[in-house]
Write a new protein. Structure first.
Length: 296
């Protein structure tokens, strides 16, 4: 069972019920507790039953995957289609749980924390939609002068810089290993910050896009009017969505969820939008370079 009671990172559950001779002390009571918790937070459940054991309690109404006596059988029986159907079923019958954070500082901190949790559990591809993405953040430590320079006319706190640096590092580690997909709008004027702040942010973003080592596998789209939405997804692990940006104030009121059906739906929407306006890495770099040149 992929489950940690101390964190929200419960995305799918695979309780295994074996014959009595193979169970440890207290196994059944523990299993019922965990299954009950998974049901309570609308996590997709796929029971795995070894031998002729009959499901009980919370597992009775669920269709189980049965194997005889060896986990090797699961490779054939527990297919991606079986898991996908159970996720879709959970979307129809359950509800998503969300964590809401208001301030930009809490948003950056939560993204970094969840990204590291996702890496510890296997990692995955990063998907971002917004004006310039997390990859317009500097890779230099938060005490470096570039952080004040990118603030321009709206100087932010050292604490925000520290949290954004952690966000950049955590997501950067993921994209180096698993790649990323971006839907961006580099035309956002950032009027309150000033032209030099915009130049620095676009330069950071262009450097990332042109660096094959920073992200060997990059898909990218340029779509105007992205600034009303900021979306951060790490594979099917979690999704964070901000919908109320303020020029000079950063993104506020971000909703995070680990609910597998909800994350899957956001990924499908993202992929459809990406496919409709995707361009090459080289063209994306050229467009951002043109935006930088237009600043004067």
């Amino acid at each position: 069972m992929r489950c940690e009671r101390s964190s929200p990172a419960l995305t799918s559950s695979f309780p295994c019920l074996a014959p009595p001779r193979k169970r440890g002390p207290g196994c059944i009571s523990w299993l019922h507790q965990e299954v009950g918790y998974a049901i309570g937070v609308s996590v997709p459940i796929v029971p795995i039953i070894v031998g002729d054991v009959k499901p009980m309690a919370f597992l009775q109404p669920l269709q189980a995957v049965r194997i005889k006596d060896t986990p090797a059988e699961l490779r054939q029986i527990l297919s991606p289609d079986v898991i996908a159907r159970r996720v879709e079923s959970a979307a129809r019958s359950g509800h998503a749980s969300f964590e809401s954070v208001y301030e930009p500082e809490a948003r950056a901190q939560t993204i970094a924390r969840y990204a590291r949790m996702a890496m510890q559990r296997g990692g995955g591809r990063v998907l971002e939609q917004g004006a310039m993405s997390s990859f317009a953040l500097p890779e230099q430590p938060s005490h470096a002068a570039v952080w004040q320079l990118r603030d321009g006319n709206v100087q932010r706190s050292a604490y925000l810089h520290a949290q954004q640096y952690e966000e950049r590092m955590a997501l950067g580690e993921l994209v180096r290993r698993f790649g990323c997909s971006l839907i961006l709008d580099p035309t956002v004027p950032l009027t309150r910050y000033g032209p030099e702040a915009r130049r620095i942010r676009l330069t950071q973003l262009m450097t990332f896009i042109r660096d094959d080592k920073a992200c060997p596998d990059l898909r990218i789209a340029i779509r105007p009017w992205n600034d009303a939405l900021n979306l951060v997804i790490v594979d099917d692990w979690f999704c964070g969505e901000s919908v109320t940006p303020q020029d000079g104030g950063g993104y506020r009121h971000t909703l995070f969820t680990w609910h597998a059906p909800t994350v899957a739906a956001r990924i499908a929407q993202f992929e459809a939008e990406l496919a409709g306006c995707e361009i090459s890495r080289r063209e994306a770099g050229s467009r951002i370079e043109a935006e930088i040149a237009s600043i004067g």
